[in-house]
Design a protein around this ligand. Structure first.
Ligand code: DI6
Ligand code: FE
Length: 401
């Protein structure tokens, strides 16, 4: 029994075929049963669907629902004032070192009520969902104590209960050093390993563990200790790597079979090769590159050369990427990083799913996958990448609904 059948669509299945990374099917149909795709392909081959609801897409483009695989959606306050300081010449690192930056958001987050955190995050989530996002990753990292980290991850989980969207959570306790740690990064990592991580894992609040490996954050040795503990608890890891300098973060992530290494502006060839060997996805975040006015671009040619899958995400956060548009991110990926249209679209579907370890479940239009769809009022896939500040979403479908 088929529940619903979309016909007369131009499919971008995102299953690569010879000469076409988008897996285009003209005159296509998608059939769903109990939330999963049972057929995606030419209309002529579609199964009989007596009693099913039939939806005529009138030639529109139909893609997998979009996946935003790197966000920091849950936080208190904002950093508009710090933005003004940067306009007057202060750098991101200077602001962080003087106690602003991430730590100012930590204070605002600790002070915010559960309701306020949820309401603010929902506004951002709704904006993203209006562009066809059906799966989103949400990190903690603005609590930096066990109670607040757990609260933020709980808010992230709750988002997935009050909206039709899949939420994947990452524990980012190693995002910055909180003031009460009094400068002792090693002791803070020890506490994460001893207390926060086990509690978060036990409560089922984290699907993965992330860290910020950087001079202003944590050293490779500190990240390795955390990753060893995460791995022992059965959690996959991912890493903010090589964003502001090259500390060998990409290779470190690969050694721990990370799902993804993210940012990567300063990654070198050895890092790219290590990622290729480990199947680690390169998550590129052009919003942060743009907003911090970074000039070093991630080594896209090296990722291509070594076959590292590339994803694109908003990095939605108050400090380095106050961005809630994945469509604009596509345009930035093409314009700033010179990704092709095929690479951009793979970056928010198939490869973004892989960055979350969900490539077996979503990210392409294939039988057996979750029936998460975006139907667009455009004729050409390139239009999704080309426009700036225009949302052509016609219908969003999550799990067949
Ligand atoms: N890198 C980033 O760009 C964000 N976090 C990170 O590890 C910035 C977070 C912030 O400035 O609030
Ligand atoms: Fe980030």
């Amino acid at each position: 029994m088929i529940d619903r059948l979309w016909t007369n669509a131009r499919l971008a299945t995102m299953v690569p075929q010879a000469g076409d990374g988008l897996g285009l099917v003209a005159g296509g149909a998608v059939a769903t049963r109990e939330g999963h795709i049972v057929y995606a392909g030419p209309m002529a081959g579609a199964p009989q669907a007596p009693g099913a609801e039939v939806i005529d897409c009138e030639g529109r483009l139909l893609t997998p629902g979009l996946v935003d695989c790197h966000t920091h959606l849950v936080y208190g306050g904002n950093r508009a004032r710090e933005f003004e300081l940067r306009l007057k010449g202060a750098t991101y690192e200077e602001i962080a070192l003087s106690g602003g930056g991430i730590l100012s958001t930590v204070s605002a987050t600790r002070a915010a009520s559960l309701e306020r955190l949820t309401e603010d995050a929902l506004k951002r989530l709704d904006t993203l969902m209006a562009e066809g996002i059906t799966t989103i990753e949400v990190k903690s990292g603005y609590g930096l104590d066990t109670a607040t980290e757990s609260r933020c991850l709980g808010v992230a989980r709750a988002l997935g209960r009050v909206r039709p969207v899949r939420v994947e959570t990452s524990f980012l306790g190693a995002h910055a050093l909180p003031p009460e740690a009094a400068g002792d990064k090693d002791a803070y990592i020890d506490r994460l390993i001893r207390e926060t991580l086990p509690q978060v894992a036990k409560a089922g609040l984290a699907d993965a563990v992330d860290a910020f490996c950087e001079g202003i954050a944590f050293s490779p040795a500190q990240v390795e200790r955390l990753f060893t503990a995460a791995t022992a608890l059965g959690l996959r890891v991912k890493l903010h790597a090589d964003q502001l300098s090259n500390l060998g973060g990409a290779a470190l992530a690969a050694r721990y079979k990370a799902l993804s290494a993210d940012h990567l502006e300063y990654t070198d060839e050895a890092g790219a090769m290590a990622m290729a060997g480990a199947g680690t996805v390169a998550v590129l975040l052009p919003g942060a590159y743009y907003f911090l006015r970074e000039t070093q671009k991630p080594p896209v040619d090296l990722f291509r050369k070594h076959g590292v899958p590339m994803a694109l995400a908003t990095d939605s956060n108050p400090g380095s990427s106050p961005l809630t548009s994945l469509l604009l991110t596509l345009n930035m990926g093409a314009t700033l990083f010179r990704l092709t249209v095929d690479e951009c679209l793979a970056g928010v579907t198939r490869n973004a799913a892989k960055a979350l370890g969900l490539d077996g479940e979503l990210g392409t239009l294939e039988a057996g996958k979750s029936c998460d769809l975006a139907i667009w009022d455009v004729a050409e896939p390139a239009e999704l990448v080309y426009r700036i500040g225009f949302n052509p979403l016609h219908t969003r479908v999550w799990r067949g609904q």
